[in-house]
Design a protein around this ligand. Structure first.
Ligand code: NAD
Ligand code: ZN
Length: 351
């Protein structure tokens, strides 16, 4: 679990104070990884960077890659012979995952691709701090960092992955474009539906999932004032992340991984595109999703897979089918008798 958390409007300004004891008595610097969407924004000027600190702006247009993590680690090592005292990630799921992966890889030799999987990380990560600016993925609380590697899109799942400190400042999400707010918010809603309807569910996960689901319904189906809405979605993301950390996602994520592997579709949007066609698996979840989509006036892209070739469909179907734990969670141990490659392909053609 994340050991330290601060929450509240304006809490970003506590970052300098949070870093002080880490800097004390050390030559090490702090590395800030920030979404480049903030390049010309006031938040940029509020980052408490000192003399030798390394400040790197990163585009979130593409989701994190193992190669990108390796390049960042090489750059950080070249910057100073001392290990950094902290890695701070500021942004959505993309920047949070990059910060987690970089913090791990500074203390573990090899390529990030060698650590994709479960519990392969030997050495403790550098102290890492996550500051979300977009709510929904749960990356701020999860024990994984999802990376696209040379062979697969898979997380570095380990006890060293979770952040040591998270700063939850709902004001940082002011100005997120509405579509993006909805897509990433729905990642959280879908995490809850998949977790709560899966066979891996237990009371621990259920309590978090139910809380997150309730918060999502308030945010997307009622008329909250913007400040309350940002605060509630931030806490929904946290609880949704906790829920899947101790259970598993399901059919939507399996299909969305396949879609994004071939089409490069961003995670939140990909989930929305597939989820609306999953009424056979999550009837109540899909019904409420449609209510939320209509209430928020979001029109999802159409005919996304129209130009896909036969081999594209084959690859996306196979990638989706290979996500065994997700299918097992959703459909049970005999999942192979309940879903076929043809059925998966059929769903992809509807998108
Ligand atoms: P993102 O970080 O990719 O950002 C999406 C877009 O929103 C980008 O253009 C970004 O610049 C912009 N943005 C972010 N904050 C903004 C702000 N405050 N104002 C204006 N624009 C802003 O989006 P995401 O949906 O948060 O993250 C997706 C990533 O998270 C994927 O790589 C996915 O694999 C990963 N993920 C990780 C976990 C985990 O547990 N580690 C879980 C789910 C998803
Ligand atoms: Zn997700």
């Amino acid at each position: 679990m994340v050991s330290r958390v601060v929450f509240g409007s304006g809490s970003f300004d506590q970052l300098g104070e949070i870093l002080e004891p880490l800097r004390a008595g050390s030559q090490g610097t702090v590395v800030f990884l920030m979404d480049d969407v903030f390049e010309d924004k006031p938040l940029h000027g509020r980052v408490p960077a000192l003399g030798q600190d390394l400040f790197i702006l990163i585009s979130a247009k593409e989701e994190p890659k193992t190669q990108q993590v390796d390049t960042l680690v090489a750059r950080i090592s070249a910057h100073s012979s001392d290990n950094p005292v902290a890695i701070v990630g500021i942004g959505g799921g993309t920047l949070l995952d990059l910060a987690k992966a970089v913090a791990i890889m500074i203390n573990n030799k090899g390529s990030a691709a060698d650590f994709q999987g479960w519990d392969l990380v030997r050495h403790k990560a550098v102290y890492h701090i996550g500051i979300p600016t977009l709510s929904g993925t749960g990356a701020e609380v999860s024990r994984t960092t999802v990376l696209l590697g040379p062979e697969r899109k898979l997380g570095i799942n380990s006890d060293h992955t979770p952040f040591d400190q998270v700063v939850l400042d709902p004001d940082l999400a002011i100005g997120v474009p509405k579509d993006q707010w909805f897509y990433t918010g729905m990642d959280c809603y879908i995490h809850c539906v998949e977790s709560l309807n899966g066979g891996y569910i237990n009371t621990f996960s259920k309590s978090y999932g139910e809380m997150a689901l309730k918060l999502c319904e308030e945010v997307f189906l009622t008329d909250l004032d913007p400040e309350e809405s940002r605060e509630k979605l931030m806490m929904a993301s946290w609880h949704g992340g906790m829920s899947i950390a101790y259970s598993q996602v399901g059919v939507a994520h399996a299909l969305s991984y396949g879609l994004s592997y071939v089409m490069g579709t961003p995670h939140g949007l990909g989930n929305c595109l597939v989820f609306r066609h999953l009424e056979d698996f999550y009837p109540e979840g899909v019904r409420i999703f449609e209510q939320m989509r209509k209430k928020q006036g979001i029109a999802l892209p159409q005919n996304v897979t129209r130009s896909c070739s036969e081999s594209d469909f084959k690859t996306m179907t196979e990638v989706a089918y290979s996500m065994e734990p997700l299918w097992e969670n959703a459909l049970g141990e005999d999942w192979q008798s309940k879903i076929s490659l043809d059925q998966i392909r059929e769903i992809f053609t509807k998108i």
